[in-house]
Ligand binder design. Structure first.
Ligand code: TRP
Ligand code: ZN
Length: 879
């Protein structure tokens, strides 16, 4: 459907459903091309609304038969189209509707609804995929009890799974069999799932806090069982953590995860039957990096935590998406913080937030955490809904304190269990738990754009008074020209000249609860008395608010913070801010035809961090990593020349490599490990630091460093070290580069997830041959437009991970990505739309590139038969 015909759906238009569904009986006969679906719905008129026609959603459906209370409906009493089934005059009483449809899972390349992945039948129903299986009121506020009977050929699908508990199974004639699953919990249709296929599994068990035994099973392709152990371990730890941290117990006899290789997103929280992109299940030391292990741990946790935040309590409508996603991201971030290092996790999360969400929030695709309108809901599974949504929950915890926050969560679970809730209902629980008025805080859900907080400080030596003046503003975003002040919780501290923490008692201008200053006006001034010297302000500690901070702190102040701040996040931030100042300055110099300057103080501060033995290696690794090209581009904000950004960053990396060379070498040697690989956070941190050291040493291009990388590549006993060495080599035009890349392909040719790494490394290479290389890779026998992981590994990595080559001055990068998007759209609109978001920063480019990118966006927009998904993105991107 073209967007000009796609309606705009508005939050303010919400109406309760006319009809409710009490139970759903599904009977699915699996067939590669003609799967038969018999749905029996117990419908009741919603007592809360006047009588109305029955209108069920469909998407590409073929109706085979329709019966009401067992009797075939005459053809003139209903209207069936592929996207709608209407009974204009239904009886005004409960009745049963039996609907038979037939669907073709093999032809389903959108990966929404019922489809096949490597021969396995599986479903993806969020957000609106259930309507591609049967006609249904496919909206999350219609919650029903489901039972599912699946029938299939025994050899094709020995494994038959659906939500809930297995209640029956048996043999049928002609080598066929069936299974019946019953899910006693009411759920919306988007949480429905079924799977059928020839899969292997691993099994374990978990004893809940009340002593109930739960069977845990992870299904994978045959031969991959041994790569699911870490996922199983992560699942058990997630289950325990949710009991301990939130008092949440699992509620079925079995919890199943199925790993599939074709999946549009990371994973899906279907009740009792999570379906995962196999990238977030399969791992071994030889095939997965520390980053992959961390990804598995957090996605397993995320989907498991949805059982309470999303499933038991779901969303009233899709505008409330952050109610489950923001909250569940917050919960998985807390889990990781408890499993690993809290400061390291916080820094990693803030880096993603800035790289993905801040960029989104400052461009044409900006939208509030709770959007007010959408054309295609799939396009709102965004960093804003997920990541900023999590920040809003965290801010609330910061405002009311951990205890009141936990009490608010308890109220939420008790008050809304079994319901489809709204953001207002969620926030009310915390207002009730804390006694705090949350009216103004709600603006975080309604106003898009990253707030900017400007901080000016002043010291009156004579009177011993330190004054902090804060001003906030929220930039205009699409459809929102002016903004009202937000409630911004700023964790803060004051340091004396030796880096010691000073007591913070404001004498004037506002209260500080614990160490949190709450900025809720456009401008506020705080005065601190009894100061014998000018203190150094440490503000927005632990990144307590998702804002852009502009301060008048000097480089000397940041040097002090980098060395002494008791808040590790701000130690890291102080170095980043100093580096960003240098890098943006150097970009300006390069553009003016000059040379980049060096910053002795920054190098000194990095050296001090490198040799600070009180710090954990994972933290040092982050501190030594200069801001990314995207960070620099974001800071500059307009008229961007990606080549100069790349040069400036390279120059800094080289400078670090040269001037800290001796210490980096020592670090590299010292952190060599003779122990067998273990994915635990401490070991991973040591590898991270060692590999950052290797990369910085090699940044100088020195041949001993290249040799060292080549040796590490050859000798590594784990994927983390092998991949890191390969990534380092890939940045240099040396013979070792090609040799290692060839070797890597040969070694791992039969492992798709590893070959994805090989593809993306090359696609993200800043070398000017990258585009040719990427074109070649899309012609590689192992490339397929049908597999989302592979598409993301090549085209996604190029468009989103290669600032200079995607943004080539001749526009060839844009043209190639536009061609790819247009080729993918007819097959998989969700994937095409997501790739198209790569163009969202086009207006910030220098004029030549800006015009070339715009040309490609307009070309996409003018192409015939665009999907609603893609049309929506390009139209909004062009604004
Ligand atoms: N609910 C899923 C999650 O957050 C997201 C998801 C999985 C999804 N598959 C999808 C969203 C398909 C839209 C379409 O974990
Ligand atoms: Zn989620």
């Amino acid at each position: 459907m073209r967007t000009d015909t796609a309606p705009l759906i508005r939050l303010t238009d919400y109406r309760p459903p006319d009809w409710l569904v009490e139970t759903v009986h599904l009977d699915v006969t699996l067939h590669p091309t003609e799967t038969r679906v018999r749905a029996s719905l117990a419908l009741i008129p919603n007592p809360a609304v006047p009588p109305a026609p029955l209108v069920l959603d469909g998407d590409g459906l073929t109706l085979v038969s329709l019966r009401r209370d067992g009797v075939s409906l005459p053809a003139d009493s209903y209207i069936a189209t592929p996207d709608k089934l209407t009974i204009p005059q239904p009886p005004n009483r409960p009745f049963r509707l039996d609907i038979e449809t037939v669907v073709d899972p093999t032809a389903n390349t959108q990966l929404s609804g019922l489809y096949r992945s490597s021969g396995t039948w599986c479903t993806q129903c969020e957000a609106e995929g259930f309507r591609r299986i049967t006609y249904f009121p496919d909206r999350p506020d219609v919650m029903a009890v489901y039972s599912t009977r699946i029938e299939a050929d025994k050899s094709e699908a020995p494994v038959l799974l659906a939500n809930g508990n297995l209640i029956d199974s048996g043999e049928l004639p002609d080598n066929r069999h069936f299974a019946v699953w019953h899910d006693p919990h009411k759920k919306p249709s988007y949480l429905f799932a079924l799977v059928g296929g020839d899969l292997a599994s691993i099994e374990d068990k978990f004893t809940t806090m009340t002593g109930r035994d739960v069977t845990l099973r992870i299904y994978v392709e045959h031969g991959k069982e041994d790569r699911a152990d870490y996922a199983m371990d992560a699942l058990k730890r997630s289950m325990r953590w949710d009991e301990e941290a939130f008092g949440r117990e699992y509620d079925l006899d079995i919890f199943m995860i199925v790993a599939v290789s074709d999946f549009n997103m990371g994973a899906m929280e279907n009740k009792g039957l999570n379906v995962f992109n196999d990238k977030y299940v399969l791992a071994s030391g030889e095939t997965a990096t520390d980053g992959d292990f961390a990804g598995i741990e957090s996605v397993i946790a995320h989907e498991y935590f949805h059982n309470w935040t999303g499933n038991r309590i779901t969303c009233r409508d899709w505008f409330q998406l952050c109610l489950k996603e923001g909250l569940t991201v917050f919960r998985d971030q807390e889990f990781t913080s408890d499993m690993r290092s809290r400061p390291v996790k916080r820094i990693a999360d803030v880096r993603t937030l800035r790289a993905a969400q801040f960029v989104e929030d400052s461009g044409p695709l900006a939208h509030p955490v709770r959007p007010a309108a959408y054309k295609e809901i799939n396009n709102f599974y965004t960093a804003t809904v997920y990541e900023k949504g999590a920040e809003v929950v965290r801010m609330m915890q910061t405002l009311i304190g951990r205890e009141a926050f936990r009490a608010g969560m308890d109220i939420y679970f008790a008050r809304h269990d079994g319901e489809a809730a709204t953001v207002e209902q969620f926030i009310q629980c915390f207002a009730d738990a804390s006694g705090r008025d949350m009216t103004q805080f709600m603006r975080w859900y309604a106003q898009a754009g990253t707030p900017e907080v400007n901080v000016r400080t002043q010291f009156d030596a004579e009177r011993g008074i330190y004054t902090v003046t804060l001003k906030q503003s929220v930039p205009p975003t699409p459809g929102q020209a002016t903004k009202a002040p937000m409630v911004i919780p700023l964790r803060m501290g004051l340091l004396d000249k030796n880096g010691r923490e000073l007591p913070i008692v404001p004498v004037e201008g506002g209260a500080i609860q614990r160490d949190v200053l709450v900025l809720d006006k456009a401008e506020q001034t705080l005065t601190f008395g009894g100061m014998t010297e000018r203190p150094v302000l440490s503000i927005n500690r632990a990144f307590s608010a998702p804002i852009k901070l502009v301060t008048d702190l000097t480089n000397a102040d940041f040097a002090l913070l980098a060395r002494h701040d008791s808040d590790p996040f701000n130690r890291w931030q102080a170095l980043q801010t100093t580096a960003i100042r240098l890098l943006t300055d150097n970009v300006a110099r390069l553009r003016a035809g000059g040379m980049p300057r060096a910053d002795d103080n920054l190098i000194g501060a990095l050296g001090a961090i490198l040799n600070d033995e009180s710090l954990e290696p994972a933290f040092i690794a982050l501190a030594l990593t200069p801001p990314g090209e995207g960070d620099i581009a974001r800071e500059i904000g307009r008229d961007i020349d990606p080549d100069k950004i790349h040069l400036a960053r390279q120059a800094l990396r080289e400078d670090i490599g040269i001037r800290l060379g001796a210490d980096l070498s020592l670090t590299y040697e010292r952190l060599a490990s003779a122990d067998p690989y273990s994915p635990d956070a401490a070991s991973a941190g040591r590898r991270a630091l060692r590999n950052v050291a290797l990369d910085l040493l090699a940044a100088t291009g020195s041949s001993p460093a290249i040799t060292r990388a080549a040796d590490q590549y050859a000798d590594a006993d784990n994927m983390t070290d092998r991949m890191a060495a390969l990534a380092t080599l890939a940045q240099h035009e040396v013979p070792e580069r090609g040799e290692a890349l060839d070797d890597f392909y040969k070694r791992y040719a039969d492992n798709a997830l590893v070959i994805d790494k090989w593809f993306s490394l090359q696609a993200a290479s800043p070398h000017k041959s990258a585009l040719d290389k990427v074109r070649g890779l899309t012609a590689h026998p192992a490339f397929s437009m049908g597999n989302p992981n592979r598409v993301r590994a090549v085209i996604g990595a190029f468009a989103q991970g290669n600032l200079t080559q995607f943004n080539r001055a001749d526009g060839a990068g844009y043209a190639f990505v536009a061609d790819s998007i247009l080729a993918i759209d007819p097959k998989n609109p969700q994937l095409a739309a997501r790739l198209a978001t790569s163009f969202r920063t086009w207006r910030t480019l220098e004029s030549g590139r800006r015009a070339l990118a715009e040309t490609q966006l307009r070309r996409i927009k003018a192409s015939p038969n665009l999907s609603r998904d893609l049309a929506d993105i390009v139209e909004r991107a062009l604004g």
